[in-house]
Design a protein around this ligand. Structure first.
Ligand code: TRP
Length: 343
């Protein structure tokens, strides 16, 4: 049995943070042993929105090159292995644009107009004149997945609607052209720890909110970020009793210091634990956990040619599959082939 395919992408937001590591990247790393994996950096998707919408916008594409480089370094430092998976830049497999065009012919406008992420994006960023590309975002995402015949797509809950649309589009295409060209893609929604921002247990860590801890941060800077974490506002003196459940530091101890959790909880509650010590303990744990990733990153920063090679060979593997898929697609649709009128 050939391995099932896994595909997933990230937008080029630059250096990743703990939320990306725990919410996505660690999962990708664990999938690469069991599946045939294709991971890509979706530079074309960043052209769908203006700047300030949580990613590089179409007017700032000068930042893309650095952002792509930073993400690729984080992927590899965190354990994605070019021997086990293919990593590449979306636009360097231009075949995805052809499939996007073809899929856009089978995408009902209503599906796109009802798409919750589109509506939310337009509303929350007050985008005055949303582009045709923004409306078509999930069709481009479907092309990303179906070009490599992705069986499974590891994503967060916020992307579920897009993956369901991918499946519906695949079924619609297969039906219309009477051939099972595409798999009926499923989302792989894995249970991941909720990673709060350093400002509140009720907020998600995100780069656009500025409440993140980047993987690329040094140890001293990490300590500083942890010292600035929001703790219990009614615990003023060291021996005041605390309320760990609303405390960001405790939320991170849950992730990085699970073996000492009970003790931390009761010490805090009974006023035996000061916030400063509590933060320093967390910083030591976090720095220890990130050390191997940071060491790998330092090495890779000195050897940019390694990143270039990995992305190039990933794209080349992806292009081979892409060409085969498109040939099948054109054939199923009975589109003209080159030399059609030659005798
Ligand atoms: N829309 C995804 C996000 O914002 C990124 C993405 C683009 C993607 N193409 C994809 C994810 C294909 C999975 C598969 O996170």
């Amino acid at each position: 049995m050939p391995k099932k395919r896994v595909t997933s992408g990230m937008r080029p937001t630059g250096s990743l943070h703990l939320g990306n590591l725990l919410g996505a990247l660690e999962n990708w790393v664990s999938l690469q042993d069991r599946y045939d994996c294709y991971f890509f950096i979706v530079d074309w998707h960043s052209l769908t929105t203006p700047g300030g919408c949580g990613a590089v916008g179409y007017e700032n594409i000068g930042e893309l090159k650095d952002n792509i480089h930073e993400i690729a370094i984080d992927w590899i430092s965190a354990g994605l292995d070019p021997e086990k998976c293919s990593m590449f830049i979306q636009s360097l497999v231009p075949e995805v644009a052809e499939l996007y065009l073809i899929l856009s012919m089978v995408t009902p406008l209503g599906w796109l107009e009802r798409n919750p992420t589109y509506r939310e994006m337009v509303k929350s960023y007050a985008i005055e004149s949303p582009s045709y590309g923004l409306l078509g975002y999930p069709t481009l995402q479907s092309a990303d997945i179906l070009l490599y015949k992705g069986d499974f797509v590891p994503v967060g809950k916020d992307q579920e609607a897009h993956i369901n649309m991918t499946k519906d589009l695949a079924a619609r295409f297969n039906n219309l052209y009477n051939r099972d060209v595409f798999p009926l893609t499923e989302a792989l929604l894995t249970e991941v720890p909720k990673v709060p921002g350093i400002d509140s247990v009720n907020k998600k860590m995100s780069k656009s909110s500025g409440n993140h801890i980047s993987l690329s941060l040094g140890e001293e800077e990490t300590i500083k970020r942890i010292k600035s974490m929001f703790t219990d506002p009614v615990k003023i003196r060291k021996d005041d009793p605390g309320h760990p459940d609303g405390c960001v530091v405790y939320a991170f101890h849950k992730i990085y210091n699970s073996e000492s959790l009970e003790g931390i909880y009761s010490e805090c509650e009974s006023g035996k634990r000061g916030c400063v010590d509590c933060k320093m303990q967390l910083a030591a744990k976090l720095n220890e956990s990130l050390r191997p990733i940071r060491e790998k990153r330092k090495e890779l920063e000195k050897r940019p040619e390694i990143i270039a090679d990995i992305l190039e060979s990933g794209a080349s593997r992806a292009r081979d599959i892409a060409r085969d898929t498109l040939e099948e697609v054109r054939d199923a649709m009975k589109l003209p082939t080159r030399g059609i009128f030659n005798v």
